[in-house]
Design a protein around this ligand. Structure first.
Ligand code: DX5
Ligand code: ZN
Length: 218
């Protein structure tokens, strides 16, 4: 099933509750929560206390994308804060297998994510462990960047590996997603679509969600 995950990175942080309600009413499945530490990526957002406040205000699945060094230090905090899926970068820790096990030990879903420059081979050993694989289609750190088209091949390859091994993980894409790039990713095998600026930088976010949802029906 196709899922839409609006990224609150492009929302108004002073009106977060309102902006979350807008996409809730549009019928999205996930809320994508971008956590940045200023080390792993050259930008800073927020930590577990903000995630806990978001949790109190929505029933949407909180899809937490942790762009932080040594994520294992904070996994328990984000799980306690109410994150439903914790997705960590393969480049962010020396002990990716242990970090993913730790996420499951905290009874939440585990995702692995890779930067555009990181080959799929880096994550192959941990694929049996994960509930979701996130393929970055921009360099992480900022909203509003241009989709890197070469990543479509990476999604195709990942889908092949998934089918060959009968894995059940979701394939998520993040960065530069609009109603056109979504179609390319969908055809390649992705089923969860993060969209920040396409949803929130528009006059009517609900309409943008509908455009995304209907993009593959045409
Ligand atoms: C970028 C973040 C994305 C970001 C996407 O580092 O991981 O989730 O919000 O923004 P858009 O959809 O504008 O590319
Ligand atoms: Zn993200």
């Amino acid at each position: 099933m196709m899922k839409i995950a609006p990224s609150i990175l492009s929302a108004d942080f002073c009106n977060l509750k309102h902006d979350i309600e807008l996409v809730e009413k549009a019928g999205v499945e996930y809320l994508h929560v971008d956590v940045m530490d200023g080390h792993f990526v050259p930008n800073i957002t927020f930590g577990p206390s903000v995630v806990a406040d978001i949790r109190k205000n929505t029933n949407l699945v909180l899809d937490c994308h942790l762009m932080i060094e040594n994520p294992e230090q904070y996994i328990e905090d984000f799980a306690k804060a109410g994150g439903d899926i914790l997705t960590i970068h393969v480049e962010s820790t020396r002990h990716i297998y242990r970090a993913l096990q730790l996420i499951h030990d905290n009874n939440v879903k585990a995702g692995i994510v890779l930067n555009p420059g990181t080959p799929l081979a880096e994550i192959e050993p941990v694929l049996p462990l994960v509930d979701q694989v996130l393929v970055m289609t921009v360099n992480p750190g900022f909203g509003g960047q241009t989709f890197i088209h070469d990543m479509v091949k990476k999604i195709q390859k990942l889908k092949e590996i998934k089918d060959q091994n009968k894995y059940s993980f979701d394939i998520e894409v993040d960065g530069g997603i609009n109603d056109k790039t979504l179609v390319d990713c969908y055809k390649a095998g992705a089923n969860v679509f993060v969209a920040g600026s396409f949803v929130y930088d528009a006059e009517v976010p609900k309409k943008q969600v509908e455009l995304l949802k209907n993009a593959v029906k045409n």
